[in-house]
Design a protein around this ligand. Sequence first.
Ligand code: PRP
Ligand code: URA
Length: 209
Amino acid sequence: MSQLHIIDHPLVQHKLSIMREVETGSKDFRELLEEIALLMGYELTRDLPLEDVEIQTPICPMVAKKISGHKLAIVPILRAGLGMVDGLLRLVPVAKVGHIGLYRNEETHKPVVYYSKLPKDINERLVIITDPMLATGGSSCDAIAMLKEIGCTNIRLMCLVAAPEGVKMVQAAHPDVDIYVASLDERLNDDAYIVPGLGDAGDRIFGTK
Ligand code: PRP
Ligand code: URA
């Protein structure tokens, strides 16, 4: 079973509360999302393996630690996942970035794919999928399935706010994918929006409503 990691660091929780507030405008919302992505990325990368390497300091040679093995790829689910990319890139500037475009049909709430552009060697990388909202779980499940189809075996899902329904769906379909969230909220409403949530993340990031 995949693990659900709730990042309850006070800075993350404080910034998330400001994002939830209806008065918070797009500029602040975007900035806070980027900051939270950086803070969550710090936790998500905590177990990356290190290897010993010989380096030379100005004083003497030494055996030091550097990250070994898998390189990273960040894959935002468009549009809202884009808001978490720059925060992660500040932590891992050499990560490659792929894009998966999905939108939810407003009536069925089922995801529709409209775009995919991924790094060629993505199946050799640890892939971090970003999407602030894990609601029904349909979008994340489809994005994970698309990545598995092309051979990715090491995938983590980073969201800001999740509904229990979405977590359950991802864990059932993809028990190998750990999920990182800042909050597990109460439930979905009849429009499949997260309650209490923060509204429509894409619209709030890009000011489209
Ligand atoms: C939102 C959100 C997720 C999806 C979550 O995207 O960013 O991708 O809904 O819902 P689900 O878990 O029920 O699939 P939306 O379809 O509104 O597209 P947008 O990011 O372009 O606004
Ligand atoms: N997408 C959003 O942006 N917000 C929700 O609450 C659910 C799906």
